[in-house]
Design a protein around this ligand. Sequence first.
Ligand SMILES: C[S@@+](CC[C@H](N)C(=O)[O-])C[C@H]1O[C@@H](n2cnc3c(N)ncnc32)[C@H](O)[C@@H]1O
Length: 506
Amino acid sequence: MVWDFAEGAVLGDSSGSWAVSLGGELAGLRSLAATWQAGTARQADAAQHPLPDDSVELFFTDPPYYDAIPYSDLSDFFYVWEKRCLGMNEVALTPKDEECIVDEVKGKDRAFFEATMQRAMAEGRRMLTPAGLGTVVFAHKSTDGWEAQMQAMVGAGWTITASWPVDTECGSRLRAQDSAALASSVHLVCRPREDEHGKTTGGVGDWRDVLAELPKRIGEWLPRLSAEGVVGADAIFACLGPALEIYSRYSSVEKASGERVELREYLGEVWAEVARQALSMIFAGADASGFEEDARLTAMWLWTLRTGASAAEDAESAEEEASDDGDDSAGARSSRTTRLPGYPLEYDAARKIAQGLGCHLETLGGLVEVKGDQATLLSAAARAGYLFGRDDLATARRPGKRKVPTQQPDLFRQLGLPSDAEVEQEQAEFERPAAGKTTLDQLHQSMLLFSGGRGNALARFLVEDGVGAKAQFWVLAQALSALYPPNTDEKRWVDGVLARKKGLGF
Ligand SMILES: C[S@@+](CC[C@H](N)C(=O)[O-])C[C@H]1O[C@@H](n2cnc3c(N)ncnc32)[C@H](O)[C@@H]1O
């Protein structure tokens, strides 16, 4: 059922009904009532705050997430009705000019966002006592969004000391449907970069020292995040806080030449380090540097797209499969799996990941497709033409599919020889592509042979053509099995190939 009319049902008590909605509100109020204290709410522009200097111990803000939501337009949708209900005689709509977002229609670009956010962050620092604590909630999938927010904070004199991803996002919310939206928002913990008298501290940091400290810091955080179930893009963004602590403790960071290192350059290094360390986590125990660039990029790309939710789903589907005794050994498509054309990622994020792994997107034409600001990692199925020279080899000429003509065979039968058609059919059964150049190409070829039910060709490909003799082939298959989204054809195909390993003597 697709809801296309957003109004709570007055009768009944299904989700979204008045009874359920009101019940939720009341439960919230009741749990707050225990610690209830009267407060003061005031509307003000965050970039021009009415509170005096050094007047608060905590600055906690959930600012706009770059270009994610046009809040003021959205507010008007409700405001036009609310002001009537509240007996207000207001004609005006909600304030628009001061709104700190990126919205090209309103002429608000990244520079506007960064400058306005920096003024708001500077106001936060001004209000806070020197020993006070700040927390900024942020979530965004683009590197631009993160860079702009971080630049605003560092520029306003904050040192970021930690970042905690918190599962704030509802998995079933509209925004998360049919998209790889983030599962968490990151709480950036920060402190004013100033001494107890409010004087700015920091000095100039040495770029070499900053770079030397970075691997250690990421090395402490990534495994911890992974143990907490924070993976993929959520983990990358959660690493930005600890990484920024190193950079933002200085008022500026300089190279030996005296050249100033901009935040953008530093964040490039952070992405690269996270990519390197995540990759060695993915290929735990194996030497990740031994893989060709297409395998490294594929593994890291799929890892980036993972969310805590997909990891949980994965566990669920593994459980389901364990209890499923249906015949899924051939490539017959299961009703539970989806065939994806590819895995899209923001181009800039893909480029940064590739850079970190020493790969070049431009040279990986058969694997990555770039269109506008989006890069797509092609699925094995979408690569069939590239891998087989022609699209049909994986599936065509399946044994048993062709009818053997009946007139001619009699003569050959009498002679005890197979007919031409039988020979052709037998050959077709074993026909397979020339092994691809890289381990990933070979694995994708194997998966496609499996998907086409070409069991004999697959066995020969792995045994006689020597593809399965390389330990790396199986390590990559194992890693990708853990990385392909659950319930996809590719996950099932790679598992199908893995299932042949033992039987073929590897
Ligand atoms: C991420 S939302 C906060 C949502 C809030 N935490 C909640 O749960 O409802 C960001 C908010 O910042 C507000 N905002 C945008 N520009 C602002 C400005 N210059 N001053 C104050 N608030 C602003 C937006 O209207 C929006 O309500």
